[in-house]
Design a protein around this ligand. Sequence first.
Ligand code: GDP
Ligand code: CA
Length: 300
Amino acid sequence: MKVALLSGGVGGARFARGLVDAVDPAGVTVIGNVGDDLDVLGLAVSPDLDSIIYALAGLHDEERGWGRSGETWEALATVSSLGGEDWFRLGDRDLGLHLVRTQALRAGEPLSAVTARLARALAIVAAIVPATDDRLRTWIDTPAGSFPFQEWFVARCHRDEVDGVRFEGVARPAPGVLEALGGADAILIAPSNPYVSIWPILAVEEIRAALATRGVPCVAVSPLVGGRAVKGPADRMLARMAGGTTPAHVAGCYGGLIDALVVDETDGTGPLAVRRIVTQTLMTDLDASRRLAEIALGAA
Ligand code: GDP
Ligand code: CA
């Protein structure tokens, strides 16, 4: 079975892990958000791709939800003590990956190629592809001004309410993305933040068009449990920008692009424009992630 998954970081990576457990990973392509990518201390960091890589390699920190397990922070402590840029948390082990990626990008290797190389080196069987090799950046409009995504999310702890989300840059799909979407038996959208994890992927015009004209079912999984985000600001963003946090508000983020929405059993039963699949969506462990992936695939 061939499956294409649109994914952000934490929620996406947790779901991706279950997906490659549920089906042959050789048929899975994870299309990752790059709208959060940034340069820190001269290094090219792709937080969402890294969460996916670490999760599929089994190197992720379960507790934190991002970064590597057994991480240490000596390099960052040195940076701090020297008055360097220390607002973005880069662990020692994590740094090694950023060094390799940064060197490759500087040498002219596309992000998709270096991502594939990193995944191969970590014995990951599924394909992990950035939505685009081009520069695409998420901007957050708030009452306090407009901020690049990470400045709002990390430096300002996403405390500002969000009035709008914008994507800077004209981007083409990375090699492999349209092929994965066109060749898939099912397309899935992970329980990621719709606005800042999935929309930046859909900001690539040809990806949006591929979903809009899909010949196979597309199933999204809601990132809300009981109307609340499990982690992060998705619920606040939905309340302010969509006017609520029901399944209908989540589905509204994907108008015309999905055939079904997997929602948690604690969520509302109001009208929904797409097929509703009700289950437990909390991914407390790998078993729960696999079960959720199986249910999403079963709906496709
Ligand atoms: P980010 O890029 O690291 O912010 O990660 P994502 O956008 O992929 O994931 C963040 C979203 O994942 C949040 O909105 C969470 O509510 C959602 N999420 C995290 N864990 C779970 C879970 O176990 N179940 C569900 N349904 N959503 C989850
Ligand atoms: Ca992210």
